[in-house]
Design a protein around this ligand. Structure first.
Ligand code: ATP
Length: 137
């Protein structure tokens, strides 16, 4: 079954939205296969988002992602990668479709509540960034 890596970002945790976002994820048919809370260092956030190094928002993004705890999780479902991207909506909440998690809760393009892998190959890499195989159930 296909898996994707989701992260409830520090704004989600800070605003007390973990429960509400997980409720929506489960209601959409995803099974949680691994989950934990971590506070990334700046270096770890830079490592996770290495593909964005050099982009104008890289500094803002990695400072934000290391600003407080976040909740990475492995989600499983048929077509998990694409279906999770559809559930969260576009990067910019102003452009996200009605009913999506970002449209409902995100405050800006930077502080947008949740991350979702953008391909099956990246999901595999991102899952192993956060979870050693012993933590994958
Ligand atoms: P994610 O990878 O977090 O699921 P995404 O695939 O929708 O997001 P990307 O273009 O890969 O978006 O950008 C990664 C993250 O970088 C975004 O989720 C957002 O938090 C941040 N970001 C992207 N563009 C901007 C921007 N113009 N200003 C501030 N932050 C941005």
């Amino acid at each position: 079954m296909e898996q994707t890596l989701a992260i409830l970002k520090p704004d989600c945790v800070r605003r007390g939205l973990i429960g509400e976002v997980i409720r929506r994820i489960e209601a959409a048919g995803f099974r949680i296969r691994a989950m934990k809370m971590v506070h990334l260092t700046k270096k770890e956030a830079e490592g996770f988002y290495a593909v964005h190094r050099g982009r104008p928002f890289f500094e803002e993004l990695t400072t934000f992602m290391s600003s407080g705890p976040c909740v990475p999780m492995v989600l499983e479902k048929e077509n998990a990668v694409a279906d999770f991207r559809a559930l969260i909506g576009a990067t910019d909440p102003a452009e996200a479709a009605e009913g999506t998690i970002r449209r409902e809760f995100a405050e800006s393009k930077g502080q947008n509540i949740v991350h979702g892998s953008d391909s099956v190959e990246n999901a595999r890499i991102e899952i192993h960034f956060f979870f050693p195989s012993i933590e994958l159930v």
